[in-house]
Design a protein around this ligand. Structure first.
Ligand code: ATP
Length: 321
């Protein structure tokens, strides 16, 4: 059976106004160690109702462990998690949260319809099975056995399983990992419909474009800690650098990397792409050293460059979080 977590549309439970009970998720000092390895390291995070939040970070950053603790599937070593003001277990018992996790097998030899219907029966206020199938784009697969589904189809069935509980909060761990481009687009369209209804969604992803397009807020993790938390544009501006593209006849990457304000770079023949600080110094120094440099193009960092910069081991710790 699919690993799911669920709850009802009842009141938020205990908690003060604008406090833990008011939030969809409230995390304080959350820490999890595996032997000597700290997977999640003192995370504080509040996610408000109606927010769509992307958890981003390189492999091993602690995203899945955080998600598992939000769902009560992993017990923290220290710190607390509340979901709508309750413990994760209470929220799950009360059926307010549903999840779509990375692994989790679908019941073998049952039809897609039966799988989703069985999960619906576990919930207090499920949505009609046909609606969950339609929203997840698997209505035409209703009679198929799960063993005969492709990886992307299985992911969509997992999505139907998560949706059928009709949750206020949906948690997704790399939901589109096995989907092709068209399926991914359909998935996010369906998700947009879901969030338009004012529900809260938290998703872990490696796809920066998904975070950019669908998240109100991006929480960037590295080595078990939150290194940035803000809107996509805030994250981009936190990595306040520039990308400098330039043709330098006879240029030498080693020399260019020594110029003031040049952080990193690549070379293809005479073409260079340099990651620079936001000041004018790198360009001035470049032209002083190579007056024949031409075709200079300067642009702000995109989310991908910001992500790489902020999650690299050389990244400076954030000053505002
Ligand atoms: N059950 C476990 N036993 C031992 N170590 C674990 C376990 N689960 C996670 N870890 C370790 O904890 C760290 C965080 O892992 P986690 O899976 O949370 O990261 P992630 O950001 O979700 O990575 P990915 O993007 O690769 O899924 C990693 O170093 C991982 O090896």
């Amino acid at each position: 059976m699919e690993k799911t977590a669920t709850a009802t549309h009842e009141s938020a439970g205990p908690g003060t106004e604008n406090g833990p009970g008011d939030a969809a998720i409230h995390i304080s000092g959350l820490t999890k160690r595996y032997n000597e390895r700290v997977a999640v390291d003192g995370v504080d995070l509040t996610i408000h109702r109606g927010e769509v939040v992307a958890l981003l970070g390189p492999n091993g950053a602690g995203k899945s462990t955080t998600v598992d603790m939000i769902l009560g599937l992993t017990r923290p070593d220290s710190g607390t998690v509340t979901v709508f003001g309750r413990t994760p277990t209470e929220a799950i018992r009360a059926s307010q949260v549903c999840a779509m996790l990375q692994e989790g097998t679908l019941l073998e030899d049952a039809s897609v319809y039966d799988i989703v219907a069985m999960v619906a029966a576990l919930h207090a206020h499920p949505m009609p099975v046909a609606e969950a199938l339609r929203r997840a784009g698997v209505a035409d697969l209703a009679k198929q056995r799960s063993t005969r589904l492709s990886g992307g189809q299985k992911q969509r069935v997992r999505f139907a399983v998560a949706l059928v509980g009709n949750p206020d909060l949906l948690i997704l761990d790399e939901p589109t990992a096995a989907m092709d481009v068209a399926t991914r687009r359909e998935f996010w369209e369906s998700m947009r419909h879901f969030t338009d209804e004012g529900r809260t969604v938290v998703f872990a992803t490696h796809y920066l474009e998904e975070a950019e397009e669908f998240a109100d807020r991006v929480v960037l993790m590295r080595h078990g800690k939150i290194v940035r938390d803000g809107t996509v544009s805030q994250i981009k501006s936190a990595a306040s650098g520039r990308i400098l593209r330039v043709v330098v006849p006879g240029g030498d990457l080693g020399q260019l990397l020594k110029l003031p304000g040049v952080l990193d770079g690549t070379q293809r023949g005479d073409r260079f792409e340099l990651k620079c600080s936001a000041s004018d110094a790198p360009v001035q120094a470049l032209l002083a050293m190579y007056p024949r440099a031409h075709d200079i193009e300067i642009k702000s960092m995109g989310l991908e460059e910001a992500f790489l910069l902020l999650t690299s081991d050389d990244a400076k710790p954030p000053t505002n979080s």
